[in-house]
Design a protein around this ligand. Structure first.
Ligand SMILES: [Mg+2]
Length: 119
């Protein structure tokens, strides 16, 4: 099967590095905030999945999610929220905003790899 392109949205460069190592088998595209992520989706029509941080400047993860879920083209795009916002109401808000799954930081790389391959 063709490797799927994954969009990584996180305001931490360190997290980008981590995903780069962890997700070696996937082609990755990066964004530092929700606004950049919207641009990346425009530039790369073949993005199949999004890993999304919540706390970011300019446009946060929940705002980004609300945007793409109201835009017809990305209604079904799998989005995994990966955030330190680990309280239940945050999980709930993320899922209500249209996230496909929610993983709390710190996480085990196997959890993420498993979720990605499921989706
Ligand atoms: Mg952050």
């Amino acid at each position: 099967m063709q490797p799927r392109k994954v969009l990584v949205v996180d305001d931490s460069k360190l997290m980008h590095k981590m995903y780069e190592v962890m997700l070696r088998q996937y082609p990755l595209v990066y964004a530092m905030d929700g606004r950049q992520a919207l641009d990346r989706l425009q530039e790369h029509a073949d993005i199949d999945l999004v890993l999304l941080d919540i706390n970011m400047p300019n446009m946060n993860g929940l705002e980004f999610l609300a945007q793409i879920r109201t835009n017809g083209a990305h209604q079904d795009l799998p989005v995994i929220i990966i955030s330190t916002e680990g309280r239940d109401e945050d999980t709930q808000r993320g899922l209500e905003a249209g996230a496909t799954a929610y993983i709390k930081k710190p996480f085990h790389s196997e959890d993420i790899l498993e979720k990605i391959s499921q989706l």
